[in-house]
Design a protein around this ligand. Structure first.
Ligand SMILES: C[S@@+](CC[C@H](N)C(=O)[O-])C[C@H]1O[C@@H](n2cnc3c(N)ncnc32)[C@H](O)[C@@H]1O
Length: 256
C-alpha cells in the first residue's frame, strides 16, 4: 500500500514497536536514518513521546524532531485546532518537498494517531505516503510470555477497553482469544466481567511490555485499585486446554 508522487515529499508512518528499541524493522531503521523531519504525537506540552524515545538512536543526526501536541481533551474545538495546526506543520514539510517520518508506538495501523493524520492530510492534498508496520504491544507481550495468540481454527479478537466493557462482553461470546487494549481506565470493570464469566484465571495482564518496569500478572485482581499504567493490556484465552495461561515459570524471569 504505497502511494508515491513526485511532486511532494513522502510521509512515512513508522511503527517502532511497544518498547524495546531492537524491535524496529530494518526498513524503519533505514528510513529514520535518512529523513530530515521526524514527527510524533505527544499529549504533553513538553513534547514527551515514548515513540520518539524508543526510536531516537536511529534518527539522522541532522533530523528536525517535532513532537505534535494533541491535548487530552474532549473539547472538540480545541482538538480541531490542534489537528489543523499539526496537519499544517506536516504539510509544510511535504510541500517543500521533503520526506518525513511520523513515528508511532507499536504498529501504525493499530489504534494509532497516524491513520487519522493520513486521512486528514489526504483530504486536502495529494502527497506520497508509506506505512512501515511495527510489532504491536500484544504481539510483543505474547512473545515474552511464550503464549500462542491463536492456534488451529481459533479466532482472535482485539477490543478496546477505553469506553467500558460492552465490546468485550460481545467478544467474549464468540471469540476464543481476546486482547483487551487500553485496559487502564476501566480495569476494575473489566476484571469484574471476566470474573463473572469465570475467565479471570484464563487471563494474563501485561504492563509496560519491553519498557523499564515491565510487569506480568496472572492474578489480574492484584492490580485492582492500584495506580494503573496506560501501557496495560490483557490477553484472555477462553479455551481450558490452554495450559500456558497458568505458566509463571522461571523462563519468563530469565527473559526479563
Ligand atoms: C493507543 S493504543 C496503541 C497501540 C499500538 N499502536 C500497538 O500497536 O500496540 C495504546 C494501548 O496499547 C497498549 N500498549 C502499548 N504499548 C504497550 C506496552 N509497552 N505494554 C503493554 N501495553 C501496551 C495499551 O493497552 C495501551 O493502552
Amino acid at each position: 500500500m504505497t502511494k508515491e508522487t513526485a511532486a511532494t515529499g513522502i510521509l512515512y508512518g513508522i511503527g517502532v514497536g511497544p518498547g524495546d528499541s531492537n524491535l524496529l524493522t530494518l526498513e524503519a531503521v533505514e528510513i529514520l536514518g535518512r529523513v530530515k523531519w521526524i514527527f510524533a504525537a505527544s499529549s504533553n506540552r513538553n513534547g514527551k513521546s515514548l515513540a520518539l524515545e524508543i526510536a531516537s538512536s536511529y534518527f539522522n543526526e541532522r533530523a528536525n524532531v517535532q513532537p505534535l501536541y494533541f491535548p487530552m481533551t474532549r473539547d472538540k474545538e480545541r482538538l480541531e485546532e490542534a489537528w489543523q495546526a499539526n496537519c499544517q506543520k506536516v504539510q509544510n514539510v511535504l510541500t517543500m518537498p521533503d520526506d518525513a517520518a511520523f513515528v508511532t508506538l507499536g504498529d501504525p495501523s493499530t489504534y494509532s494517531t497516524f491513520t487519522y493524520l493520513l486521512r486528514k492530510l489526504n483530504c486536502n492534498n495529494e502527497f506520497g505516503w508509506k506505512i512501515v508496520p511495527g510489532i504491536t504491544s500484544y504481539q510483543a507481550s505474547a512473545a515474552v510470555l511464550g503464549l500462542p495468540l491463536a492456534e488451529a481454527e481459533e479466532s482472535l479478537t482485539i477490543v478496546s477497553g477505553a469506553k467500558g466493557i460492552d465490546e468485550l462482553e460481545m467478544a467474549l461470546t464468540y471469540s476464543d482469544n481476546i486482547i483487551i487494549m487500553k485496559a487502564y481506565r476501566h480495569y476494575r470493570e473489566i476484571v469484574r466481567l471476566l470474573k463473572e464469566k469465570g475467565l479471570a484465571d484464563r487471563t494474563v495482564a501485561v504492563r509496560r511490555c519491553g519498557l523499564p518496569g515491565q510487569e506480568i500478572s496472572f492474578d489480574i485482581e492484584e492490580w485492582d485499585g492500584e495506580e494503573r499504567s496506560y501501557f496495560t493490556l490483557l490477553i484472555v484465552k477462553k479455551r481450558p486446554d490452554h495450559k500456558q495461561i497458568s505458566y509463571q515459570g522461571p523462563a519468563f524471569e530469565r527473559i526479563k
